[in-house]
Design a protein around this ligand. Structure first.
Ligand code: SAH
Length: 343
């Protein structure tokens, strides 16, 4: 059988257990191990009889086809290289914050959006992930954290891919993580998009109070479309209007992500123009000094220039923070996934 346990429906799981001569209550036990504890090997399911664990192992249905093939650690961040059932590779990042532990989830293998400053974007698109492949990233992360008696508390859809370009599977995944299986509050989940307006509108009607982050990266369409091809399809004003609409409909905070690229979009006039577009709004601006990657000539601005950009925004009454840099030394920071860090 070429399906894994996480991808099975409830009915499939029950009949699979029936073929192994097992009563229904076993399913609850296995689900608890998998979804509550992040156990991805039947051998580790301590309260199951040993013979059953062996039968499960040899049944041809692994807990998940996804497996961690490499881990890169620094003090606060762990990047997991994950091999999917069909041999494709993705990455997920576990980040330790004072308020909890976030998982940065990939939604696609590669990305179609082709943003010039992003390693994933410049490497092309392979395929969408299924919701269960996203669930597997969560299981594998929780499995890793088990040794520390910890669990993922927050989810950010900021890994490889454009989550709203894989809309149904992303929403399906988020609904699963909010279900009692995982019980993560939607308020602790953030979707990041390059500004796909129709999908942002749809998201506002999902009755899912999740946080929305929008990658703006430029204060006008002209500059924006040189960095992000989607800028040619969706105008900045339309994106900003949709962000207001999302905030009003859901009551959730909307964040602007702005990657600062030296000499490109980090000038004082860029900050002034951004202020003129969003002054008086409640949007939170998150400034991300560019993370360099192999093959790209783009550079990050100096800390002084980054602070100057921030000051112009805050002086205008906006809230603007500089994203704490996590994982850039291990190639796990924003925009570095699926690429190679510059040596
Ligand atoms: N496709 C989604 C999620 C992408 S990653 C989106 O576009 O929002 C999350 C953030 O990292 C995005 O804001 C993205 O634009 C930014 N980013 C991409 N490459 C980067 C880089 N090299 N340095 C810093 N931030 C980058």
């Amino acid at each position: 059988m070429s399906i894994d346990f996480v991808s099975m429906t409830q009915e499939m799981r029950i009949s699979w257990l029936e073929t192994l001569g097992q009563p229904k209550f076993r399913l609850k036990q296995i689900e608890e191990w998998v979804f509550t504890h992040g156990v991805v090997n039947y051998a580790d399911m301590a309260n199951l009889p040993k013979s059953l664990r062996e039968d499960l192992e040899s049944s041809g249905v692994p807990v998940t086809f996804s497996r961690v093939v490499a881990e890169h650690h620094d003090a606060t961040t762990t990047k997991l290289a994950i091999l999917l059932g069909d041999g494709q590779a993705i990455e997920a990042v576990v980040m330790q914050y004072h308020h909890g532990i976030s998982l940065c989830v990939s939604s696609q293998v590669g990305c179609k959006m082709a943003c010039s400053f992003c390693a994933t974007g410049t490497s092309g698109f392979r395929r969408n992930l299924t919701r269960h492949e996203m669930v597997s990233q969560l299981l594998l992360a929780n499995n890793l954290l088990r040794a520390k008696n910890a669990k993922i508390t927050h989810i950010v859809m900021m890994g490889m891919g454009e989550p709203l370009d894989n809309y149904d599977e992303t929403i399906g995944f988020i609904r699963l993580t909010c279900s009692p299986l995982f019980g993560i509050s939607p308020r602790r989940i953030t979707v990041s998009t390059c500004g796909l307006v129709p999908q942002m509108e749809r998201l506002a009607h999902e009755d899912l109070p999740i946080n929305l982050s929008v990658s703006l990266h430029a204060p006008n369409d002209e500059l924006r479309s040189t960095l992000m091809p989607t800028g040619k399809t969706y105008a900045l004003n339309k994106i900003l209007a949709t962000m207001h609409y999302y905030a009003e409909s859901t009551g959730r905070r909307v964040t602007i992500e702005y990657t600062l690229i030296k000499g490109v979009n980090d000038r004082e006039k860029d900050a002034d123009e951004l202020v003129s577009k969003i002054k008086g709004s409640k949007f939170h601006v998150n400034l991300i000094p560019l993370n360099p990657f192999l093959g790209s000539a783009l550079e990050r601005p100096s800390p002084a220039r980054t602070r100057k950009f921030q000051q112009i925004l805050t002086a205008a009454g906006l809230t603007a923070t500089i994203r704490r840099e996590l994982g850039s030394e291990i190639g796990a920071a924003c925009g570095q996934l699926g690429g190679n860090i510059r040596q």
